[in-house]
Design a protein around this ligand. Structure first.
Ligand code: FAD
Ligand code: SIN
Length: 525
């Protein structure tokens, strides 16, 4: 079946829904979610959303903190844009019903996280993302111009390639006409035609064996743009959160928010000694890349699987008030955080790179916009400052709507796109082959493309990946399309891009650290 909408939105996190709520003022919107609306990275966000609200904070301070964390690789125009537009977007979230914690005097109760020089993180207890996601969903449900498609998986974005043209990286004027979408309940593949498409497909966590991201985070948007020959960059800058709860075999890894270190928690070795001041004068509140590498080093040197986070010296009632979900979760596991140290270890958490967009959220493919974690705006540079991603997503979703509506009248539907062709395919003989290959990719990435890299490890990862790539493409060509095989192809593409970009960078910068080039070059590329 072919469906037509003015706007096609792929993703139901903060980027996708905030775009949809604004775009619906100008036309009909289809919003896709590959599972249910609230299974998103957004729902899992804990710490909060960074924005300048009161003095002594200032735009200049937030800009400086972002640039310092980004390690000389940020795009200043993107940094200025996000930070200066942040207060306006916070206002919109409030109007949509998001409830941020306030002090008894009615001001925002601000938290602090690693790399921030001021208290500037607005939050809702320690589950800010859930509060944002649920508030946005409530607005979405009452918007008559938005049609929601849950359990609909976008397989490919549609371009001239689907009209039989050869599209390469050098083809000028590549356009996006919508997407082929698998309805997972009926197993039918529909053609969604759009005038404008927004990619808001979120993170890539499941490319790694351990991650804080939910299972939907398989980098689909980035992989689709890669196949469509769009421009992607900075994939080597994979952020590992320093303090995921140590729970072997459990996925996703439960996060212990960085805000707890802003509140005073201290990292300790297993023998109880504080170690972060050995690595950085900011101690446990240094930027994330530094803290994660320091923990990794302590764990490797001592042969330990985790370190401790200690918040026992703080007032117990206040700790429970600020971090009720972390308190509850840990208590269920027998850890009373007001009395016991919390075992933590670094875990894949965020991707700074992705689909390149300009200040209007335009990708290199015409009629295709991207916002949120799947995009690369240049805000984060080589290392994201904590709590800068929710705000980036909503600022760029807003930019995308504003730009798209200016062009809408000149864009039509491309009715020439043929229906999906699955002639000559059959059900894959063994689903276990797909599952097994997925596990192999995750293991390769954890083993060879983690916090500390080397040429040898990266090359080994690439040669292992090539075998899985060939086997998977062969299987894909013969198989009826399923979400599982599409996700496998996507994680392979994303893993390939991370390794390729990591091999290309002949220096250590931000989140990319390699023993072969431990120094930072004077100029970033
Ligand atoms: P998501 O919220 O991840 O949404 C992605 C959507 O895309 C989902 O609806 C999914 O179903 C859909 N999708 C994906 N592929 C397809 C497909 N092929 N077809 C159809 N639909 C598809 N950031 C902060 O700023 N502050 C924080 O405190 C913070 N804490 C975090 C804590 C955790 C545990 C995690 C995991 C992340 C945290 N982050 C935080 C990062 C932040 O949450 C994410 O970067 C942000 O929410 C991403 O939003 P998004 O809209 O881009 O994508
Ligand atoms: C956290 O709460 O520590 C996560 C914040 C973020 O990833 O921005």
């Amino acid at each position: 079946m072919t469906r037509k909408f003015d706007f096609l939105v792929i993703g139901s996190g903060i980027a996708g829904i905030s775009f949809a709520l604004k775009a619906s003022r100008y036309g009909k919107v289809a919003l896709l979610s590959k599972t249910v609306l609230d299974e998103t990275n957004t729902s899992y966000a804990q710490g909060g959303i960074a924005a300048v609200t009161y003095e002594p904070d200032s735009f200049d301070k937030h800009i400086d903190d972002t640039l310092i964390a980004g390690d000389g690789h940020c795009d200043l125009a993107a940094v200025e844009k996000v930070i200066r537009e942040a207060p306006g977007q916070i206002e919109e979230l409030l109007q949509w019903g998001v409830d941020f914690d306030r002090t008894p005097k009615g001001k925002f109760d601000l938290h602090k996280e690693g790399g921030h020089s001021e208290f500037r993180i607005l939050h809702h207890k320690d589950n800010t993302g859930f509060e944002i996601q649920q508030s946005l969903i409530r607005r979405l449900r009452s918007d008559p111009n938005i049609t929601v498609f849950e359990n609909h998986f976008a397989i490919e974005i549609l371009t001239q390639h689907h009209l039989g043209e050869i599209v390469t990286q050098h083809t000028a004027g590549v356009e996006c006409y919508g997407a082929y979408v698998l309805d997972q309940q009926t197993n039918h593949i529909h053609t969604f035609l759009s005038r404008v498409t927004l990619l808001a497909t979120g993170g890539i966590g499941n490319v790694y064996a351990t991650t804080t991201n939910p299972p939907v985070a398989t980098g689909d948007g980035i992989a689709m743009v890669h196949r469509a020959r769009g421009v992607i960059r900075d994939m080597e800058f994979v952020q590992f959160h320093p303090t995921a709860l140590y729970q072997p075999g459990v996925r996703p890894n439960f996060l212990i928010t960085e805000a707890i270190r802003g509140y005073g928690a201290v990292l300790r070795c297993r023998d109880g000694r504080e170690f972060m001041h050995k690595y950085d004068e900011r101690g446990s509140l240094a930027p994330r890349d530094i803290v994660a590498r320091a923990i990794d080093n302590e764990m490797k040197t001592r042969g330990h699987d985790y370190v401790y986070l200690d918040v026992t010296h703080k007032d117990a009632e206040e700790t429970k008030l600020h971090f009720p979900n972390i308190f509850k979760k840990c208590l269920e596991l027998g850890i009373d955080i007001t009395k016991d140290y919390i075992p933590v270890c670094p875990t894949q958490h965020y991707l700074c790179g992705g689909v390149v967009v300009d200040l209007n959220a335009r990708t290199s493919i015409q009629r295709l916009y991207a916002a949120g974690e799947c995009s690369c705006t240049g805000l984060h540079g080589a290392n994201r400052l904590a709590s800068n991603s929710l705000i980036e997503a909503i600022v760029y979703a807003d930019a995308a709507v504003k730009d798209a509506v200016k062009q809408m009248d000149t864009i039509g539907y491309n009715e020439m796109i043929p229906a999906w062709n699955d002639e000559g395919t059959s059900l894959p003989e063994e689903m276990v082959l797909i599952t097994q290959s997925f596990r192999e990719v995750e293991q390769i990435m954890n083993s060879y493309v983690g916090i500390v890299r080397s040429n040898l490890r990266l090359k080994r990862a690439m040669s292992r990946l090539e075998i899985i790539f060939k086997e998977t493409e062969d299987l894909f060509d013969r198989s009826v399309v399923s979400r599982e095989i599409c996700e496998l192809r996507n994680v392979i593409s994303v893993a390939y891009l991370i390794i390729k970009h990591a091999l290309r960078r002949k220096e250590s910068r931000g989140l990319h650290y390699t023993v072969d080039y431990p120094r930072r070059l004077s100029k970033s590329e």
